[in-house]
Design a protein around this ligand. Structure first.
Ligand code: NAD
Length: 355
């Protein structure tokens, strides 16, 4: 029997190589005239290019986006938007930059245009977050969904392969949790399965041939679908752990998702037989968790939290923070079992079921 509920999000997408050049006309179509361009200090040159491309439609540049959207950046960018009388933001960058655009959309009512340059997939979700005093607070609000997302795979050519691999695994996580789940949603899982297939096929090619625009396009498309799955689907243990790691321990977002993913999939495997089998099949494998771990090895990604600088002495606190608030997960989560999962992830061991 098929039974489900589904709520779409108001996505407005332009996807294609070279589509950045369409930004001024797309802004005009939306009636927007004074864009504050957002970016990180790393991508300031690209941010300036966008300002140049927009000519009179650019109101200014804010180049201080940082990971996990700290409250102080929201305050500073809001002030800057007021100073330059901006009527929208154009966020050019990864999930951190998109995140600031989303925060300004929700809190300051500024329409947000997003030009993703990593595979974070945030532009396809209504999830927004701000980090303050060691806690990352997230919520869902459709006001955070970009007014327009413009995907130009050419902009991802500068994404270093190592980070592309980690970012691709971050995208994969968004899809994976919506395939290997006890609450299968048929529409969301269509997006998610195709996302897994696209990312699984393209990431190894990017590692071998970073300039392969077809592989870059396929990975960005996979990230778009994966973000769509997260945006219209659900999260569970995996995202709760990564949320703790980012908000409380300031761990690198994409790499942490990659390390945790095989372990969270193995943890839920017994409780999600149908979804786990479908996930494994999408990767041409028998065991989904092992296939993800093998992919990470193939991509040369760090396998353990210890490789990312996490301190073993912080594992108990990570368990406590993760369990602070209740959340849904297919397999019941206890402190003892979560501690065992995190120990394995810390060591970078092959994923295994945890009794
Ligand atoms: P990031 O945005 O922090 O980017 C990491 C670094 O890579 C930055 O310095 C950035 O400027 C640089 N970079 C990005 N694209 C580049 C490119 N093409 N070339 C060269 N450098 C480039 O990292 P991320 O992994 O993309 O995003 C992580 C953030 O996104 C986290 O804060 C996470 O919480 C958030 N996120 C949110 C959602 C959501 O639905 N709300 C989903 C996924 C991620």
């Amino acid at each position: 029997m098929i039974e489900f509920e589904y709520q779409a999000l108001p996505w407005n997408i332009v996807f294609g190589v070279g589509s950045l050049s369409r930004l001024p006309e797309e802004l005009e179509k939306l009636g927007l005239k004074r864009a504050l361009v957002l970016t990180t200090p790393n991508q300031v040159a690209d941010g300036k290019n966008v300002v140049g491309l927009l000519k009179g439609l650019a109101a200014g540049l804010f180049d201080q986006c940082v990971m996990h959207v700290p409250q102080y950046t929201v305050i500073a960018a809001t002030e800057r938007a007021k100073e330059v009388d901006a009527d929208c933001t154009v966020a050019l960058g990864g999930g951190s930059t998109t995140g600031l655009g989303k925060a300004l959309a929700v809190q300051a009512g500024l329409p947000n245009i997003v030009i993703p340059t990593s595979y974070a997939g945030s532009e396809m979700t209504n999830i927004w977050a701000i980090t303050d005093e060691g806690r990352k607070v997230t919520d869902r609000n459709n006001a955070a969904v970009p007014t327009l997302t413009l995907y130009d795979p050419e902009l991802t050519l500068t994404l270093p392969p190592k980070f592309a691999a980690a970012s691709g695994l971050n995208a994969m996580a968004q899809a994976v949790v919506n395939v290997a789940t006890d609450k299968i949603n048929p529409i969301v899982s269509c997006l998610a399965v195709d996302a897994v297939k696209s990312l699984y096929a393209s990431l190894p090619v990017i590692m071998e041939r970073p300039d392969d625009i077809q592989a870059r396009s396929k990975a960005l498309y996979g990230a778009c679908l994966a973000g769509g799955a997260l945006g219209t689907g659900a999260t569970s243990l995996h995202h709760r752990i990564c949320h703790t790691m980012g908000g409380t321990f300031n761990m690198p977002h994409a790499e942490t998702h990659a390390v945790i993913l095989p372990h969270s999939v193995a943890y839920n495997a017994a409780a999600t037989p149908e979804g786990s089998a479908r996930l494994a099949a999408a990767m041409g494998a028998d065991n989904a968790a092992a296939a993800i771990y093998n992919l990470m090895q193939k991509l040369g990604l760090p396998l353990g939290l210890k490789d990312l600088g996490f301190k073993e002495t912080d594992l108990d606190q990570a368990v406590a923070v993760t369990l602070e608030k209740p959340f849904h997960n297919a397999e019941p989560v206890t402190a003892h079992r979560l501690r065992a999962l995190l120990q394995n992830a810390y060591e970078g061991l092959p994923p295994q079921a945890i009794a």
